[in-house]
Design a protein around this ligand. Structure first.
Ligand code: 5RP
Length: 227
């Protein structure tokens, strides 16, 4: 559970990212607690007259955006997003990320790939030297469950099917998540490539070459990491 300081850091980072949103922008709306704070800040600006169209990265974010009165377009229908704002579970100074703690990694990656500018917002706990302490979320079609398990073990991964509140976690795309321990990851780009080759893997939480700016707030300080 996030404490008060962490929540304040998340809000500080979210506010820094919001400053990049311009009138008439198509804005990618991330998923998770930090992205939620950014979306709520955006909704305040909309009430003050800012015109934007949001593109949600999950059903939860879609519901939130609708409740806040943010006009929306479906992710699958947009050709380009001006700026997207999302959180991360881990990041390095090289702007590599692990995402998918909330299970929304597939749509989040499509959103980032469509975005002219992808901004990641985090509290001070997400910066790491090497990715991998956070297990890599991998979205798997249920028909490929055993096949993908075998393939991940060949890559020296230890996959565990995600359970939430005593039930198998099912993504917005009706798939499973395998939280997979690869140890500390020396070459995230190589692992991302290898995971992309496995039939039955819809997506995975290693994001390389997809981020433009990361705002991390720690205590009273905010640090930005750029390309
Ligand atoms: C959801 C994500 C989130 O962005 C990530 O889990 C970070 O969440 P939070 O801002 O709550 O720490 O990737 O799939």
């Amino acid at each position: 559970m996030a404490n008060d300081n962490q929540n304040l850091e998340k809000l500080t980072a979210a506010k820094a990212a919001i400053a990049f949103v311009k009138n008439n922008d198509v804005v990618g709306l991330g998923t998770g607690s930090t992205a939620t704070l950014a979306i709520k800040e955006l909704a305040k600006l909309i009430k003050d007259g800012l015109k934007i169209t949001g593109v949600p990265s999950s059903e939860a974010t879609k519901k939130l955006a609708i409740s806040l009165g943010i006009p929306l377009l479906e992710l699958g229908k947009v050709r380009s997003i001006d700026v997207s704002i999302d959180g991360a579970d881990e990041f390095t100074k090289e702007l590599n990320l692990i995402k998918g703690g909330g299970g929304a990694l597939f749509r989040e990656k499509i959103m980032a790939s469509l975005s002219k500018k992808t901004i990641i917002v985090t509290d001070g706990s997400k910066l790491v030297e090497k990715l991998g302490a956070f297990k890599v979320p991998i979205e798997v079609n249920p028909n490929a469950e055993k096949y993908v398990m075998i393939k991940l073990k060949k890559l020296k991964g230890k996959p565990v099917k995600r359970i939430e509140n005593g039930k198998i976690f099912i993504t917005d795309n009706q798939n499973y998540i395998f939280d997979t321990d690869f140890g500390l990851i020396d070459d995230p780009e190589k692992l991302a490539y290898e995971l992309n080759q496995i039939d039955g893997v819809l997506g995975h939480g290693i994001f390389v070459n997809l981020t433009d700016i990361i705002f991390m707030a720690k205590g009273d300080y905010i640090t930005s990491y750029h390309k």
